[in-house]
Design a protein. Structure first.
Ligand code: SF4
Length: 280
């Protein structure tokens, strides 16, 4: 078998800022003897609600491994993205908030257009800026061999949408233990708990996880609560963010431990329940 990490361009490596996709990036760089071909680009789509630790980790991977990572953010403009950097990246939800204002409502588990706009459309527009049309280039996604269903769903969605996707970690049969072993041997890493990745209080995280995050980082509730007030709506039909924060204040000792520790170590948009219609 050819080395699954020897990616043939044109291709965009989608770097989520999680441990798994960082490991994939590392292996791809190694497979190319330390330097990616010009037609293999790396992109990180920042929603503005990523944790500071994620931004630092993305920056550090780029610097330590000598690879140019394009930091992209959604804009309500043509093209629909702007390239930023570690210093200029949004840190207070600005792209996400601008999108909510444009849509005049909140995304939720049924209407997950935040992913479609803030991640998928941004990467597609970035590819278009390089002269690459969907189907003519590969999206390289960090899903492991042990994330089977996500891979099937991702392939199905990509096929429907005429996109080409590659899962080198899965082809190389890499499982979670290998990724964790890799990071234990490094002298730097992502300083987050596994459930803290992607947007900090993403409504796709279970209520116990969101409560745990609010307990550990009380300031994280503010932005989400403000969006709910401003739009007179809710991200999760079961709870308002203010209610979760109140529960945490009233019963700080009754927090259940997070259930699925690896769920948020993956790109939210390119692997699981996203459907292209949701981004219309
Ligand atoms: S992490 Fe959650 S809130 Fe953020 S873009 Fe993805 S689905 Fe939306």
């Amino acid at each position: 078998m050819l080395n699954p990490f020897a990616i043939t361009g044109p291709a965009i490596i989608s770097f989520s800022g999680g441990r798994t996709s960082a490991y994939m990036l590392h292996e791809i760089i190694q497979a190319h003897e330390g330097r990616l071909p010009d037609d293999v680009q790396v992109a990180f789509a920042n929603t503005g609600k990523e944790r500071e630790e994620t931004l630092r980790f993305v920056y550090e991977c780029g610097v330590r491994w000598g690879v140019n990572i394009h930091w992209l953010e959604w804009r309500d403009a043509k093209p629909c993205f702007e390239e930023v950097g570690f210093n200029s990246a949004s840190r207070d939800g600005e792209p996400f908030e601008a999108l909510i204002k444009k849509k005049q409502r909140l995304p939720n588990w049924r209407e997950r257009w935040c992913t479609g706009f803030l991640k998928v459309k941004v990467l597609t527009a970035f590819a278009a800026s390089l002269g690459w049309n969907p189907g003519e280039y590969a999206e390289v996604i960090g899903l492991r061999y042990d994330e089977g269903m996500r891979i099937f769903r991702g392939l199905e969605n990509a096929e429907k949408d005429g996109r080409k996707v590659l899962y080198p970690l899965s082809r190389a049969k890499v499982v979670k233990q290998q990724v964790m072993a890799f990071w234990s041997a490094q002298d730097f890493g992502l300083q987050l708990e596994p459930w803290e990745g992607n947007c900090d209080l993403c409504f796709n995280k279970g209520r116990d996880i969101r409560k745990r995050i609010i307990a550990d980082h009380p300031a994280s509730a503010k932005w989400w609560h403000e969006q709910e007030v401003e739009q007179n709506g809710f991200f999760d039909r079961r709870d308002r963010v203010a209610d979760l924060a109140r529960e945490v204040r009233e019963n700080p000792d009754l927090l259940d431990p997070p259930i699925d520790e690896e769920e948020f170590d993956t790109e939210c948009g390119l692997s699981c329940g996203y459907t292209p219609e949701a981004a219309e």
